[in-house]
Ligand binder design. Structure first.
Ligand code: SAH
Length: 347
């Protein structure tokens, strides 16, 4: 990250968003950072039931779309490719789905693309830096823990009004925050010291996706940790070897993420119907995760049965990932309510 420090010394302080972008690029370029021996573990790496249920969800959406002979099956930020592999295996039980699915992965890290190629070696796959280059046609898109990695801006209320946080370097070469003129454009009556985060990157991503689905048809399923309503508070965090660390501690060697503001996601989905967000635990329970866990356990030794049950518990329990993580679906208005959201529909 010496390059980043030299760049800041030469060109001046950079926004928190520019810092996150630079750090994430360096971080994911390392390749496999997931799992027990990596820095953090994600739902598809905890239990295969996660990707399998999402696969069945996609197959039902596809049928609802009228089972088009060809559609773009897109995943953003596929990590090791585990979710896509589990999704395809489960959805292949629905006749016609596998043949119709034209797979596109949105992934910037070349090292992770190689890892995904390895996991999905029997599939024909196209990679993209951005969803904008995925060719036209109806789309079913999934993304788990992708939005939390997209850059955010941070604003701080001071005695003289809102200022934007920037990242600078002090005389000793240490990264630190500084404030510059800037306003998030909203929120009055806020006390000094309060922090508000916004994510133009998430808004851009969701608006591009929404325009695409509105004109070509389809749906998107976005799963991430975050809050239902826009709220004040600082959520930018760094994690290394499963432990939180300072955001400036080892830039490029720790995973930097922020809570997703689902109200902002919903607001950017112009022209689509928004379902949820629903707590991940609730959504997976509605899709039958317990039953899937039991099916998987059949004929397995007790230790394996315990591992499967522990995985299901971790994904669904409110004190684990079940409540903090949320699921939101953005769908073309012509589609029937997707699975796992019918229960929320107004009576
Ligand atoms: N979905 C996976 C991995 C989540 S980690 C899982 O659940 O295990 C975040 C993923 O998003 C990584 O694959 C990372 O390389 C990718 N990513 C992060 N920022 C990105 C961006 N701006 N464009 C494309 N991919 C990005």
């Amino acid at each position: 990250m010496n390059e980043l420090i030299s760049r800041i010394r030469r060109d001046g302080a950079i926004s928190v968003a520019a810092y996150m972008d630079a750090v994430a690029t360096a971080y994911y370029a390392q390749g496999d950072v997931f799992g027990a021996r990596g820095d953090f573990i994600t739902a598809p790496e905890i239990s295969q039931t996660f990707g399998e249920l999402i696969g069945l969800w996609c197959a039902v959406v596809w049928q609802n779309m009228g089972a088009p002979a060809s559609f773009r099956l897109v995943e953003c930020g596929p990590g090791r490719g585990t979710l896509m592999a589990d999704l395809l295996r489960a959805a292949a039980r629905v006749p016609g789905f596998a043949k119709a699915a034209d797979i596109h992965l949105v992934e910037r890290s070349l090292a992770l693309r190689a890892r995904q190629r390895d996991t999905l070696k029997t599939q024909n796959i196209a990679w993209h830096d951005d969803i904008a280059t995925v060719p036209p046609g109806p789309v079913i898109l999934v993304a788990n823990e992708f939005l939390d990695a997209l850059p955010i801006r941070q604003f701080e209320m001071t005695d003289s009004g809102w200022m934007e946080r920037f990242v600078t370097v002090d005389e000793t070469g240490t990264l630190r925050f500084t404030l510059k003129a800037g306003t998030p454009g909203a929120a009055s009556g806020v006390e000094a010291g309060a922090v508000l985060e916004t994510s133009p990157a998430i808004t851009d991503f969701v608006s591009t996706l929404a325009a695409r689905i509105a004109s070509n048809g389809g749906a998107a399923l976005l799963i991430d940790y975050g809050h239902e309503k826009t709220a004040l508070g600082e959520t930018l965090q760094a994690v290394k070897k499963h432990r939180p660390c300072g955001v400036f501690e080892t830039p490029g060697e720790a995973d930097l993420t922020a809570h997703v503001d689902f109200a902002a996601v919903a607001a950017a989905a112009a022209g689509l119907k928004v379902y949820g967000p629903v707590a991940q635990g609730t959504w997976l329970a509605r899709l039958g995760i317990k039953l899937r866990g039991l099916q998987l356990s059949k004929g397995k030794p007790p230790a394996a049965v315990e591992t499967i049950a522990a995985g299901v518990r971790r994904l669904t329990a409110a004190d684990a990932m079940g409540a903090l993580f949320k699921v939101i679906a953005l769908a073309h208005p012509s589609l029937a309510t997707p699975d796992g959201f019918q229960q929320d529909a107004a009576p």
